[in-house]
Design a protein around this ligand. Structure first.
Ligand code: MN
Length: 314
């Protein structure tokens, strides 16, 4: 998707010590943003309190919302650089089109992974005939220096590996965790999993002590390491944990994302991740010229392309 407003400040990444003496946790507030036209979303990364979790640099919780009687999601063609966009669908449908020529409908339980690398453009829209409810998450993953100019790519994963621990239905959607391995290609050590509670039991989840983690409730309420958490806050967990105890209310859903602290300072502006103001200004000018070779053209979107806002440094 796209950062649709200009309040997304340019930000640098942060990191935590690989093994903290005592693992810390921190609550991170979401902030409401407008996605394209007609849809309000809750953004948890980047925020003033926290820039990244491993290579995860962006996290939007979208819905649940009724999209039967409005425009739903309509995000016109826009570019990306230096990152991968990762879409996880819980309810509803979304149609992706990109400058490589892919047109892909994503449905519940599926993942879309778009690798921008040196540059790509795409659009996302609620299809005309669609289910009433929309619920999903979109995340971005920063690419490390040696991979950030790779050729763009798009992958769709119709099924993901599933398991169950103490009444929690687990779907591993990125990386390896809980004995499962998701198929998507990544360039940093990271993981993501969706959990749905069938019963209210205490579950102990094994963690990688070299990873920092974030827990975001998508529906309902959970208790993490004795702390109560709902959909309004993300719980950040620093490195050094071997496991975590989670008790989810029945019919609650949550997302766990984790990764090795990202070692590079990244610069994020609008839909670009780069390393310098000069570089980002070049991406903005190139996209806004309308004649970019690197970003290509999206065919078939029934609306206008988005313009890149000028960065505050000009
Ligand atoms: Mn996008």
């Amino acid at each position: 998707m796209s950062v649709a407003d200009k309040t997304n400040e340019a930000s640098d990444s942060s990191s935590c010590p690989i093994k903290a003496e005592r693992p810390a946790s921190r609550r991170v507030n979401g902030s409401q943003k407008t996605l394209g036209i007609g849809m309000t979303i809750e953004r948890f990364l980047p925020s003033k309190q926290l820039r990244m979790i491993g290579a995860w640099a962006f996290l939007d919780h979208i819905g649940p919302a009724d999209v039967s009687d409005n425009d739903g999601i309509q995000v016109g063609p826009h570019p990306h650089t230096g990152l991968q966009t990762f879409t996880w669908m819980i309810e509803g449908e979304l149609l992706h089109r990109d400058s490589l020529g892919y047109t892909q409908l994503i449905r519940p339980g599926q993942v879309n992974l778009m690798t921008a690398g040196k540059g790509i453009s795409h659009s996302e829209e609620s299809p005309e005939n669609r289910p009433a409810e929309f619920h999903g998450a979109q995340l971005w993953i920063a690419l490390p220096e040696q991979y950030r100019f790779i050729e763009p790519a798009f992958e769709h994963f119709p099924t993901l590996p599933k398991s169950e621990i103490s009444g929690l239905e687990i779907t591993v959607i990125a990386g390896e965790a809980f004995g499962l391995s998701a198929p998507a290609t990544f360039y940093s050590p990271l993981m993501a999993a969706d959990f749905f509670a069938k019963t209210s039991e205490l579950a102990t989840l094994a963690l990688n002590p070299d990873f920092e983690y974030g827990v975001l409730v998508l529906e309902g309420n959970i208790s993490v390491a004795g702390e109560s958490l709902d959909t309004t806050e993300l719980l950040y967990l620093s490195c050094g944990r071997e496991s975590i105890d989670i008790k989810a209310d029945k019919a609650s859903r949550f997302l766990l994302i984790g990764g090795a602290p990202f070692k590079e300072d990244v610069l994020m502006w609008w839909n670009f991740i780069g390393r310098s103001k000069y570089e980002i200004s070049g991406f903005v000018a190139d996209w806004n010229s309308g004649e970019s070779k690197d970003f290509g053209k999206v065919e078939g979107y029934p609306g206008k392309s988005l313009m890149a806002p000028l960065a505050p440094w000009g």
